[in-house]
Design a protein. Sequence first.
Length: 719
Amino acid sequence: MQSVSVLIPLALPGPYDYAVPDGLTLARGDFVRVPLGPRQVNGVVWGPGAGDVAPAKLKSVLARHDVPALRDPLMQFVDWVAAYVLAPPGLVLRQVMRVPAAFEPEKPVFGYQVSGVLPERVTPARQRVLDVLQDTPPLPATDLARLAGVSASVIKGLFEVGALVKSPLNSATAVGQPDPKLARLQLTPDQSAVATTLADAVKQQDFGVHVLDGVTGSGKTEVYFEAIARALEAERPALILLPEISLTAQFLARFERRFGCAPALWHSGLTSAERRRTWRAVAEGRVQVLVGARSALFLPWPDLGVIIVDEEHDGGFKQEDGVVYNARDMAIVRAQLTGCPVILSSATPSLETFVNARQGRYQAHRLGARHGMGELPDIALVDMRATPPARGTWLVPQILTAVEAALERGEQALLFLNRRGYAPLTICRACGHRYDCPKCDAWMVEHRFRRQLECHHCGHTRPMPETCDNCGAEDQLVACGPGVERITEEVTARFPEARTAILSSDHVGGVGGIRETIKLIADGGVDIIVGTQIVAKGHHFPKLSFVGVVDADLGLGNGDLRAAERTYQMLSQVAGRAGRETAGGRALLQTHMPDHPVLQALVSGDRDAFLAREADAREHAGMPPFGRLGAIIVSSTDHQEGLAFVMDLARKTPQHNEVRVLGPAPAPIARIRDRYRFRFLLKASRQAPLQAFISEWLSAAPRRGSIRISVDIDPYSFL
Ligand code: ADP
Ligand code: ZN
C-alpha cells in the first residue's frame, strides 16, 4: 500500500490517510505510530488510503509496533459498535487501546536463582531465601522477599556474594494453563444434556445464543464450565463476563478448584503492569480463559471459542458514560462476528432475553431444581399498613422475630435495603430547610459513620452541619427515612450480642474491605448482615437462612420502563441468598403494596407468568423488545442556552412514520454537576432506521457554546 488509512483512538470523524515510507510493509490491523498535529499517537491501519488528499501532502507513518495485528472480527466489531451506538469509531477503538504501555517494548524483568556457590555466612534469613529457591523457577526480588519473609537487602546481599544469579523472566510464564479434565463433577442427567448441547456448539464453532436458565444453585456455572472445557480442548479462548468483577473471590476459587489455576482477569482494579501483561498475553494468544468486566469484549482476542455472560439481566452490563453500550448485547454481536456461541446465564433472565428465547431467536436451556439439599426459600410479604414498625424504627415485629430465631439456631440473617448511607434526606425541624446538593437537583444523603452529607449523583460532600444553614437553629436537624447505616443502628440496639456487619459500596476498606467482609460472612464470622445490592450478587453464604427486605417498594414507584422487571430480579436474587445450605430458608418482604403484581409474582414463584404479563404489556405499548428506544440527552451549564438549543432541535425533528419523538422535557434530575439537562425520548418500531434518523437530526443542529449531547441507544437509565 502506498498510503493507508489509520484509525486513531480519539473522537475524530473517521480514519486519516498516511503515506507508507519506503521499507515499511503494512497490512490492515497493524498497530502503528503516526504524527497528529504536533503529537505522535498510536493507531491501527484500517485499510488502504482513501485518497482524498494528494499523496505528496500526506504525513508518513512513523513506525509499526511489534504487536500482533488486530484481527478482522474485532475491527468489524469496532465499526459495528460505532455505527450502532452512534459514537466516533476512534472512541470505540480506544476501548481496544486502553493500555498504551502495551505498545512499548517490555522492560526486562529478572528473577533470582541459586548459583550453587554457598555464602560464607548463612544467617537464618539467608537460609530461608535459599530454601525458597530450592524447587521453584527464578523469582523476581519482590516475590522472593515475600515468600522468604526477608527484606530486599538480604537478597541483594546474597547476589553480591555470588550465591544468587539473575536470569531474565519470560512474561509468558505469568499465564496459567487451565486443565479441562481436572475436577470434573458428575453432572445430573438434566445438567448433562444441556452441557452436551453447549459443548457441541463450542466444538462446531457455530454462532448461536444459548440461554442458561435455572434457579440459583441449579448448576448453571457447573454447566458452562463444561463449555469452557470444550473450548480449552479446542485451544480457543473462553471469555466470561461478570457484572461485579472485583467481588468474585468465591467464583475464582471455584474456577481454580475445577481447572487447577486461576483465570486471567480484566477489570478496572488492575495495576497498569497487570493490564499490560494481560493485554499482551491476550493479543499473543496465550490466555485461555479470562474473567472480565464489560470492557474485556474489546481485548485483542485473536480468536474466541465461547463467550459467557453471567447474570445477563444485570444492569451493570450497561456502560453509561463515554461510549454508551450494553455489553450483554455487544457480546452477542462479538460472538456473531467471530463465529462462536454465546451463553447468557441467569436465574432471572431479562425480559429481552425471555422474549427472544420464546420467539426462538435464542436457544433456551432450562435447569431444574437446586442441586444438593438447599430448597428455594419460602417468600412472604408483610403488609406494613397492618403491622407497622414501632415508632422511630424500620423493622416490623415479624422480621425481628425471624432474625432472633435465626440467631438462636446459630444461623445468619440478612437485612436488605438498596440505599447507601444513614438517611436519604435531612430536614431542619425549626424552619423546614432541606439539605440539597449545590450542584444537582438532589437531596444530600447523610453518612453518619463518616459524619458527612453526600450527593449520590456527583459525589459532592460536606461535613455534617451542627446548625441549620438557613435559620441557624441548633440541634434541630432530623434524618428522614432509612439507609443501611440506620438499619444497622436499629439492629445493633436490638441485638447487641450479635455480630453485625454492613455491606455497601461505602465500606471503609474499599473493595478490599468488602472482599474481606464477604469472606468473613461466608466463614460464619457474622450473625446479621445489613446490605445494599452488593450482597445480592452471586455470593454463597452457607449459614444464611433468613432474608428480610426493608423496603420492597423501593424502585417500583419510579415509573421507569424496567422498574417491575428489575425489582423482581433484585428481590428474587436477594431472597435466593437464603437457605442455600440450610433447611427452611425464608424471606420476608416489607411492603405498602402487597397486591402489586411484582410482589405477588415473588410470593407465588411464578416467574414465567410474571414475565409473560410484562411482555404483553410491553408489546401492547410498543416498548422494547417489541419496539426500540433511543434517548438524546442535552446538557448545558446555562439553562437558557440549553433550553434554546433543545427548542431549536425540536423544530428540526425529521419526519418518519415509524419514529416518534417525545420531548424535549427537563430530565427527571434536571441538573447534575451544575449542568442543566433536557431529554428527548425516541420510540421506534424494530425495523425503523433509528440510528440514521438520529444522525440526520443531530447534524442539522451543530453543538455550540457549553452544549453537550449524548445519545443512548436502548437506554436503561431514564434519569
Ligand atoms: P448456579 O450457577 O445455577 O447458581 P452452581 O453451578 O453454582 O449453580 O451450583 C450450585 C452448587 O451446587 C455449587 O456448589 C456446585 O458445585 C454444586 N453442584 C451443581 N451441580 C452439581 C453436580 N452435578 N454434582 C455436585 N455438585 C454440584
Ligand atoms: Zn450533586
